[in-house]
Design a protein around this ligand. Structure first.
Ligand code: UD1
Ligand code: UDP
Length: 368
């Protein structure tokens, strides 16, 4: 029996790992053990509930306003104990969070092979996104198997000298997740409120956007809402208290803006599907939106997801108030531009990434 330890700790990792856990649990010959670090608490639980997965371990490390160092030491300390007890054949981490980096390092220290799901994404700018660019490069340094979502990600890994035999282009498991969530009949009171308008969905959370960049974003959104009677903005606000304070300061009191609690992933994907436009600094949303054909203005200066920009669905607008405002206005007024951005192209796979990853694990390629 092959023992596969799957470890994750934040909302986006969970959304992209749960379809894989479900696939691994179906396979005879694989015992799948799930360890949550609990870097997120409520936002992680929401995902587990939607997918109906129960974890075997939860390190429950989250603290309000946690520092990167604290996350790192607590993940490593807790996960090291779990690894020593379970002695898995391989550990799977996902993406670029501090959970992923710290868990991969713990496994490496115990000489347990690491498989990195969503490997090879790069901006090659260590401070953008911060600290994610470090986290993913560091995770790849200690990994044995690389599950690259796209050919471009594989190319990055090859150029860094990673062994080609251990790199697999699988597609992104986020497309697998969409198969569980998007539902044409989905109903919600907030969607009812927005239904007579063009709906703009907003999310922000990046550490490098905290402070002044986020103030710019919020001021731009408020002005757009004040000046356009036919739009409504829905903003599921991240649980980070720093973001909540800023959001309240700049966005409260405008009737065309609704700030709500983070949506569970089923709701969020259906909100996305009904949106006219999405404004976000998120990584995962940059992958989901092209699959749905919803235009996205990316509130960042660089992206590790060039495929969505090439496909035409994503436009990088940075975090300057004027640029954001003008870009939104353009999309509200220029129908041709809007149509061009909403052409549905999906560069991230066919929704079978989990099946491919499970197939590769079954073959135990890292042991050859
Ligand atoms: C983390 C990841 C980031 C990822 C994001 C997804 C790191 C360093 N950052 O950033 O890569 O894009 O998750 O959302 O790994 N909080 C709660 N409840 C929750 C979740 C968060 O109260 O369920 C609050 C806590 O006060 C916490 C703060 O939000 O301290 C920040 O959470 P943290 O995981 O440190 O950073 P994120 O910005 O969420
Ligand atoms: N998401 C969600 N509820 C929300 C906002 C986002 O379920 O209220 C989902 C979204 O569909 C995507 C993921 O969370 O799959 C993105 O997470 P986030 O933006 O927090 O992190 P990132 O992808 O930037 O690491």
């Amino acid at each position: 029996m092959l023992k596969v330890m799957v470890v994750f700790g934040t909302r986006p990792e969970a959304i992209k790992m749960c379809p894989l856990v479900i696939e691994l649990q179906k396979r005879e010959g694989i015992k799948c053990v799930v360890c949550l670090t609990g870097q997120h608490r409520e936002m992680l639980r929401q995902v587990m509930d939607v997918f109906g997965i129960r974890e075997d371990y939860n390190l429950d490390i989250m603290k309000e306003g946690q520092s990167l160092s604290l996350i790192t030491v607590n993940v490593m300390d807790g996960f090291d104990k779990v690894l020593r007890k379970e002695t898995p054949d391989i550990v799977l981490v996902h993406g670029d969070t501090t959970t992923s980096f710290a868990a991969a390092l713990s496994a490496f220290y115990l000489r347990i092979p690491v498989g990195h799901v969503e490997a090879g994404l790069r901006t090659y700018e260590m401070h953008s996104p911060f600290p994610e660019e470090f986290n993913r490069q560091a995770a790849d340094l200690v990994s044995t198997l690389y599950f690259a979502p796209t050919k471009a990600a594989k190319q990055n890994l090859l150029e860094e000298g990673k062994p080609e035999n251990n790199i697999f282009v699988t597609g992104n498991t986020v497309i697998d997740a969409l198969r569980y969530t998007v539902n044409g009949d989905y109903r919600d009171a907030c969607l009812e409120w927005a239904k007579d308008s063009r709906m703009i969905l907003l999310t922000t959370h990046r550490r490098e956007n905290l402070g002044e960049p986020m103030e710019h974003i919020f001021r731009a959104v408020r002005t757009v809402a004040e000046e356009n009677a036919d739009i409504k903005v829905i903003f599921p606000v991240h649980k980070n208290p720093e973001i909540r304070k800023l959001a309240e300061k700049y966005l409260a009191g405008e009737d065309r803006i609704r700030m709500i609690e983070p949506l569970d992933v089923m709701a969020f994907h259906n909100f996305m599907a009904r949106s006219y436009l999405i404004l976000t600094d998120s990584g995962g949303i940059q992958e989901e939106a092209p699959a749905m054909g919803i235009p996205v203005l990316v509130l960042r200066d660089v992206t590790e997801r060039p495929e969505g920009v090439e496909a035409g669905t994503l436009q990088l607008v940075g975090t300057e108030e004027r640029e954001i405002r003008q870009s939104v206005e353009r999309l509200l007024k220029d129908e041709r531009l809007y149509r061009k951005m909403s052409q549905s192209v999906n560069p991230y796979g066919d929704g079978r990434a989990s099946v491919r990853i499970a197939d590769i694990l079954v073959k135990q390629i890292w042991r050859r």
